[in-house]
Design a protein around this ligand. Structure first.
Ligand code: GLY
Length: 389
């Protein structure tokens, strides 16, 4: 009998050791890591973006990623209640104040809604609300009624006349929010028109999307459909698919239009049933590569997909459990296998293995701040969604 006990104990021990082998990170590591980052970045008057040449790259307020670090701080504060995050969130959000008047890019939503938007939701600070409303007003100036979309980029004028990128769906959240606050229907009409045009012109039959659609700014006709950060014009750039999924889920939240919910579910199907999605559900940087040997992943796309699926699980009657289970799987895999190592400078980010712009040989397989932002948002959503329709 004793021998049997000993044998049973050894067996249990082996099973335990084997199951621990793959576990490299826990959620507790995430928050102890982020707390140290918060203390480190306290001494800087700029917001971090990524790592270049083994140094942390900080960006000026005009950079499209400048709102994500303040957004991380707001989510960390909401999740943990630790007031140290609150002080830093206020400081790092304040750095972006003048961006409210920057009409040179569509990235207003990324910059201002992740920082001031989260700040306003949490603090109800009227100054934050006014800055957000100014930002929405500035963003709306980029709308062309002939095209029916907000113009994305002003750069590469020799390449595109009126470029609209799939990422731009994300910036509609600021416009929908401004309509709710002011009841000025201009914001709502712009956002709905942009979403409808995007649905019509950005998507292929299989619900994958082109990255850039170029329009004739006078006739509103499509000139061409191309890529900028994907593998090819006809490929499905992973983060672009994630932006589309998140964008149409969010558009449904504000409008309750069935067509947006169906679009989001069709995009989810494209992503989740894709033969090139790895078993751990963390996409390679593009879904249409000719070979995946040594292809880098994009943890940022995974974090965006997880966050979007948590929200979509609240709206979808038939797929609610599937979306929530999948969002959880992605989150758990990011926590276990994609956290940064504890060495400088990676230790001041949460997630490793994101890919920013592969064709430009920029930010490949590195930590990038927007991966951390959508990861924290996914954690927050997981802990707060009702689980009901
Ligand atoms: N919005 C730019 C990107 O996703 O890289």
């Amino acid at each position: 009998m004793k021998k049997f006990h000993l044998f049973f104990f050894i067996l249990l021990f082996i099973v335990f050791v084997e199951s621990c082998k793959n576990i490299t990170g826990t959620e507790r590591d995430v928050f102890s890591k982020f707390h140290k980052s918060c203390e480190y970045y306290r001494d800087f008057d700029k917001n971090p973006r990524t790592i270049i040449n083994n140094e942390i790259e900080f960006v000026s307020p005009g950079d499209w990623t400048s709102g994500f670090y303040p957004g991380c701080l707001w989510y960390a504060y909401e999740i943990t209640g630790d007031t140290c995050y609150l002080t830093e969130a206020e400081k790092h959000t304040g750095l972006l104040k003048n961006q409210k008047d920057n009409g040179t890019t569509h990235d207003m939503g990324f910059k201002m809604f992740c920082s001031y938007g989260n700040g306003y939701k949490i603090t109800n600070n009227k100054k934050y609300k006014n800055i957000l409303l100014e930002s929405a007003k500035t963003l709306a100036t980029r709308y062309n009624p002939e095209v029916g979309c907000v113009r994305s980029w002003d750069h590469h004028k020799n390449q595109w006349e009126y470029p609209v990128i799939i990422d731009n769906m994300m910036n509609l959240e600021l416009l929908f929010w401004a309509f709710e606050q002011t009841h000025d229907s201009t914001y709502y009409k712009i956002a709905v028109s942009h979403a409808d045009k995007t649905m019509k012109n950005h998507f292929r039959k299989d619900y994958s999307s082109w990255h850039v659609v170029d329009y004739d700014s006078v006739t509103g006709k499509v000139i061409k459909k191309t890529t900028h950060q994907g593998y090819s014009d006809s490929s499905a750039w992973a983060r672009g698919q994630a932006w589309g999924l998140y964008g149409f889920t969010m558009a449904y939240r504000f409008t309750r239009f069935k067509r947006y919910l169906e679009q989001a579910q069709n995009i989810a199907h494209y992503i989740l049933s894709n033969k090139n999605l790895p078993d751990d559900l963390i996409p390679y940087w593009d879904f249409s590569l000719p070979s995946y040997e040594n292809a880098p992943r994009d943890a940022s796309a995974a974090a965006i997909i997880s966050s979007a699926l948590f929200e979509l699980s609240e709206y979808s009657a038939e797929n609610s459990n599937y979306y929530r289970t999948t969002a959880n799987k992605i989150l758990n895999n990011l926590v276990k296998y994609y956290q940064t190592p504890g060495t400088f400078p990676k230790k001041y980010f949460i997630l490793d293995h994101s890919t920013g712009n592969y064709p430009a040989n920029s930010e490949i397989d590195v930590p990038i701040i927007y991966a951390d932002y959508y990861f924290l948002e996914a954690v927050y959503r997981r802990d707060t969604i009702s689980g009901k329709q």
